[in-house]
Ligand binder design. Structure first.
Ligand code: AMP
Length: 283
């Protein structure tokens, strides 16, 4: 089936209705475009699992807390469509803003304390915007399975909770972070880095990895783990946060007594990069 591109909710529903009736599983990969190999890994997994794959491409204004970040967000629609076609995606849903938000929403999703730390603390309203658009997209697509990257671990934890709290009949599949050879997590924002900045960008990965090693080596004091890891970041770079949290609730821990998530955000010039490392202490 050749890739069909639709920007209308009604047309998407009309296309998916017979697919669902024929009993094919629908796999859904929500994205903001500027697709890279990280997105491709999600799409490939959806392709393996499901009879019909839907990729959405929508830069959601509701989740941007800074106007310049929204305006400067990379947009590469032609290349994105070519990638989707090459991966055998049946349907690309690329709505305009007016289709998704014909008027400003009165009802949005309050994610509570799950947004109190990590990115949520520094990007007010971000996860409200994410949870709201994902809920809308789930209602529109009504997929059997939806695929998200562990790179955005707080987002993934919130979506799992959204699905559980609202009894949404979709299976959430989390996929491992795809990285460059030097450890840098693939991100649509990486293309904004200058060659000099690109060289420095893996420093966050190295700090997270150092924290993971300490935890796996038996260190349990979260402050000590954090101090040691943060010292690896050169002083001219701003670490926005570097925290050790419970992987489900996203609340900070003081002692590492079970599996945790180490997560950080760093500014490299005017580009903000995030990454994380799951870690489990020895028995
Ligand atoms: P985005 O377009 O940045 O909103 O991302 C769309 C989906 O791709 C989200 O579920 C992300 O977590 C996932 N994703 C982004 N970067 C990566 C990566 N490097 N590896 C795996 N998944 C990723």
């Amino acid at each position: 089936m050749p890739t069909e591109i639709t920007s209308s909710i009604a047309a998407l529903r009309a296309r998916l209705e017979p697919v669902r009736r024929a009993g094919a599983a629908i796999g859904f990969v929500p994205t903001m475009g500027a697709l890279h190999d990280g997105h491709a890994s999600l799409i490939q997994r959806a392709r393996e699992d499901c009879g019909h794959v839907v990729v959405s491409i929508f830069v959601n204004p509701l989740q941007f807390d800074r106007r310049e970040d929204l305006q400067g967000y990379p947009r590469t629609m032609d290349a994105d469509l070519a990638l989707c076609a090459s991966l055998g995606v049946e349907t690309v849903f690329a709505p305009r803003e007016g289709e998704m938000y014909p008027r400003p929403p009165a009802c949005t999703v309050d994610v509570g304390g799950m947004a109190d730390h990590l990115c949520g603390r520094y990007r007010p309203g971000h996860f409200r915007g994410v949870a709201t658009v994902v809920l809308k997209l789930f209602q529109i697509v009504q997929a059997n399975r939806a695929y998200f990257g562990e790179k955005d671990a707080q987002q993934l934890a919130i979506i799992r909770r959204l699905v559980s709290d609202f009894n949404i009949p979709v299976v959430i599949v989390g996929m491992p972070t795809v990285r460059e050879a030097d450890g840098l997590a693939l991100s649509s924002r990486n293309r904004r880095l200058s060659p000099e900045e690109r060289k420095e960008a893996p420093v966050l990965f190295r700090a997270l990895d150092a924290a993971r090693s300490r935890i796996e080596g038996g260190e349990r004091d979260a402050n000590a783990i954090r101090r040691h890891a943060v010292a690896l970041v050169p002083s001219h770079r701003t670490l926005e946060y570097f925290e050790i949290v419970d992987p489900e609730t996203m609340q900070p821990v003081t002692r590492v007594d079970g599996p945790v998530l180490v997560a950080g955000a760093i500014w490299i010039g005017s580009t903000r990069l995030i990454d994380n490392a799951p870690a489990t202490p020895p028995e």
